[in-house]
Design a protein around this ligand. Structure first.
Ligand SMILES: Cc1cc2nc3c(=O)[nH]c(=O)nc-3n(C[C@H](O)[C@H](O)[C@H](O)COP(=O)(O)OP(=O)(O)OC[C@H]3O[C@@H](n4cnc5c(N)ncnc54)[C@H](O)[C@@H]3O)c2cc1C
Length: 369
């Protein structure tokens, strides 16, 4: 029997941040158990067989408005000053996304100003008294032509459902910009860890109080470890043996292809709303600034998935009345386990960006946050 102060299940950014804080700030002994054969969770990056640094679970760009989050991670890494840009491939052109003045100019092949863009949106947007779904949300803000060219088919590929069957929140947060700002994220802090995410995480884990076991799940080790506290960042439904059923996820199959050329795409990420079965392609060299004779692209093919299955990678929680009710049943059960903290995107059944994972851990263990 092994004894530690804290057992952490899952070596994603949530579990690793918790380990780092508990070991350094509270001098706790920590054991992390990770079922995959690598650390980093979905933020994991590694060099492929050609020596190109790739993100195995899709492109990850760190961005935050929270200074304390940026400062915490900056103790362990320097940052590449990468600013994220996205294009949508529409009408055979690479067009700026999210929608701004440049988008309309490329789409309609004529000049626009702030004023004429405002008029365009006013003329095209349709008044919908009660916004009931993701389609209503876009049409009421941007009108039908933009909805049909940029959103309709993309949403269907991404979620496997028509936008009319999806909640308005799915499309509500996509901005419209009455300027030429084509930064995808507007957060003041933005970048990619200088040597990659895995290198950052290895530095965070490099402490005498932290041990990591990979390739073993919680169920494999639970009878052999004694702990005062557990932080569980795996799927909450799995922890309770799926007693109320699976929590649904939209999964992604990631397909990587290396090309014998230095660069292939105009920016790091290109969305394909209307062409191909994949939703988007990522060219990592734009983000990592790596110099290499070849380049590697990742194509994302969404597909439904459930926790407990490795393929496709459970990526986005499907949040609807049924799944949220089911989650509430699990949440109630978690309250019976006073020495276990359920955290992270899987432990809480919510979509979280990386910065929010770190922020939530800081809030939990650092009272000043
Ligand atoms: C396609 C895609 C792109 C994204 N891009 C961005 C981005 O650009 N910027 C951004 O901020 N965020 C991005 N995100 C979100 C980001 O991936 C998450 O914020 C982050 O991965 C969540 O970390 P986590 O530690 O909570 O969960 P995870 O990364 O999922 O880590 C949980 C870990 O627990 C392990 N585990 C599960 N069950 C068990 C068990 N029973 N026993 C042991 N181990 C277990 C898993 O193997 C996993 O390694 C993206 C997400 C997706 C899907």
């Amino acid at each position: 029997m092994k004894t530690v102060d804290v057992l952490i299940v899952g070596a994603g950014i949530t579990g690793i941040t918790a380990a780092s804080i508990l070991a350094r700030k509270e001098n706790k002994t920590v054991l992390i158990v990770e079922k995959r054969d690598h650390i980093g969770g979905n933020c994991y990056d590694s060099y492929n067989e050609d020596g190109i640094l790739i993100h195995l679970y899709g492109p990850h760009i760190f961005h935050t408005q929270h200074k304390e989050v940026w400062e915490y991670l900056s103790q362990f890494t320097d940052w590449l000053a990468y600013v994220h840009h996205v294009k949508a491939f529409v009408d055979n052109k690479h067009i700026t996304f999210p929608i701004n003045i440049n988008t309309l100019e490329a789409l309609f092949e004529k000049p626009f100003s702030k004023q004429s863009m405002r008029e365009y949106l006013k003329n095209e947007s349709i008044y919908i008294p009660e916004i009931k779904n993701a389609e209503d949300m876009v049409i009421s803000r941007m009108g039908k032509p933009i909805y049909e060219k940029f959103f309709k088919n993309y949403t269907k590929k991404q979620w496997g459902l028509d936008a009319r069957a999806l909640a308005p929140e799915i499309t509500a947060r996509i901005p419209i910009r009455l300027d030429r700002n084509d930064r995808f994220f507007t957060d003041p802090y933005q970048g990619i860890p200088e040597k990659g995410y895995t290198a950052l995480f290895n530095t965070m884990l490099n402490h005498e109080n932290i041990q990591v076991i990979t390739g073993k799940g919680y169920n494999d080790v639970k009878k052999t470890i004694q702990f005062d506290k557990m932080i569980y960042t795996g799927p909450v439904d799995e922890f309770f043996g799926y007693k109320y059923g699976y929590l649904p996820y939209r999964g992604i199959n990631f397909y990587f292809k290396t090309y014998d050329q230095k660069k292939r795409l105009p920016v790091a990420v290109v969305n394909y709303p209307n062409d191909h079965a994949y939703t988007r392609a990522t060219e990592f060299k734009h983000m990592t600034f790596q110099q290499h004779e070849k380049t590697c692209l990742c194509y994302e093919f969404p597909e439904d998935s459930e926790n407990g299955k490795a393929e496709p990678v459970p990526s986005y929680p499907v949040l609807n009345d049924k799944s949220l009710k089911r989650y509430q049943l699990y949440l109630k059960e978690t309250k019976n386990h006073k020495n276990i903290i359920f955290m992270g995107r899987l432990g809480k059944f919510e979509y979280l960006n990386m910065d929010m994972c770190v922020k939530k851990v800081l809030a939990c263990f650092c009272t000043s946050s």
